[in-house]
Design a protein. Structure first.
Length: 167
């Protein structure tokens, strides 16, 4: 997650039971890759290991030893915190476990229909109001269903070909 003063990095692992030796080694590999490839070139505020498994005290101690000496706070986010975040963000749960992805696809299909012909005889002011209302509604719907992006739909003057091609 980006902030004005740096990044909060989350390393997500799907481990839902106590770590095996191989899984612990993969976490160590991920940490070492992060240290070499990210920590040396980006401003980092924190690093969090995220798993559905709630870590034991010995594993928390293991993580503290693994990540010590690099000047950033580290922590382990387990299943209880993830459950709380899911409860606070139902749109995110819907996106992954409901029909959020399909709903997003339907909204994008509707957006592509926005360029269809306008019925003859519609006054310009009414047409502009309809276009503005449609774009605001589309942006609001997209922002509601997609947890990863913020959509801002704009209406600009100019010819369609030049606006699309960036001329």
């Amino acid at each position: 997650m980006e902030h004005p003063d740096g990044f909060d990095i989350c390393q997500v692992k799907r481990y839902s039971r106590p770590l095996t030796a191989g899984q612990a080694r993969r976490v160590e590999d991920s940490w070492n890759t992060f240290v070499v490839q990210t920590l040396t070139v980006q401003p980092v505020r924190s690093w969090t290991l995220v798993t559905p498994w709630e870590p034991s005290n010995p594993r928390l101690d293991w993580l503290v030893k693994l990540t010590a000496g690099h000047g950033i706070p580290t922590r382990w986010m387990g299943g209880r915190t993830l459950d709380g975040l899911a409860a606070d963000n139902p749109a995110l749960v819907e996106y992954f476990f409901g029909d959020g992805g399909q709903r997003l696809a339907r909204l994008m299909a509707e957006a592509l229909q926005g360029g269809r012909e306008v019925p003859a005889g519609v006054p310009a002011e009414d047409l502009l109001d309809a276009v503005i209302a449609r774009q605001r509604g589309l942006a609001a719907a997209l922002n509601e269903v997609d947890p990863f992006y913020r959509y801002d739909v704009q209406v600009r003057p100019g010819r369609g070909g030049s606006a699309i091609l960036g001329r």
